[in-house]
Design a protein around this ligand. Sequence first.
Ligand SMILES: NC(=O)c1ccc[n+]([C@@H]2O[C@H](COP(=O)([O-])OP(=O)(O)OC[C@H]3O[C@@H](n4cnc5c(N)ncnc54)[C@H](OP(=O)(O)O)[C@@H]3O)[C@@H](O)[C@H]2O)c1
Length: 270
Amino acid sequence: MSSVVLLTGGTGTLGRLVAPRLRSAGAELRVLSRHAHDPAEGAEGVEYVTGDLGTGEGTAEAVAGADIIVHCAGTAKGDDVKARHLVDAATAAGRPHLVFISVVGADRTPVVSRLDRAMFGYVAAKRAAERVVEESGLPWTTLRATQFHELTLTTARAMARMPVLPAPAGFRIQPIAAAEVAERLAELALAGPAGLVAEMGGPRTYEMRDLLRGYLRATGRRRPILPTRLPGRAAAAFRAGANLAPEHAVGRLTWEDFLAERTAEQTAKP
Ligand SMILES: NC(=O)c1ccc[n+]([C@@H]2O[C@H](COP(=O)([O-])OP(=O)(O)OC[C@H]3O[C@@H](n4cnc5c(N)ncnc54)[C@H](OP(=O)(O)O)[C@@H]3O)[C@@H](O)[C@H]2O)c1
């Protein structure tokens, strides 16, 4: 009999890429979204359910009968609360294997002051969510990944709208293709509980300013980049490389190749 998999965040960058991989492995897929979706939207074997992990609304119905939960829903705030609602509902429903995607650096970024929280609150919430998963009593797997190329591109695009690009001084990024993380996440979901697994990082590490320069070059723009030193302990941890996984540079697609692919796609659009 095929497994029933609840995929949270199945409408997002990562989740959209996880979904077809689970489907092609034969899973019956249930995608949780805050928004109602037309049943016709889902491919065969994909059902949409409506719910909000922030409030817990619809969560019990979403987890009912699930053998595996792949938890990709995430936002800048409140991922700890989302994890709590999901775990409570999952525990009441049975013992599904809970697979969680977290971020590299969640365990080594001190978010202690109000200033740290304002800039790095999402990292602290991610670590708190990891703890909720670890202590849930459910069979679990957590994978930490570095920043996706897709988010790096969104950030670069937003910054390039400004006349001067403020780049956090001393920050480095090791971006990875979300598709490669999706591949691993689907594999982990189907393989059974493994606890905290090896991190995944992109193939190369870049100074933030070089990465932005690469984007400006690829899109034919010229803008000055202004290195800006961010205060606080969390920013200091990032300058020391807390967000990097050089020992686990397993990603294959480089930022340059990703950018070239995206730029070619844009050019090909009518
Ligand atoms: N982006 C990165 O660089 C990166 C790196 C490492 C790890 N991660 C982690 O990977 C996960 C996915 O990231 P992403 O970039 O794919 O995110 P994304 O594109 O912004 O998508 C976020 C997803 O979360 C769902 N969601 C948000 N709030 C929700 C709520 N209250 N209840 C239910 N669903 C909710 C959204 O669904 P609806 O809008 O349909 O409700 C959407 O599918 C996140 O947990 C993130 O922390 C991201």
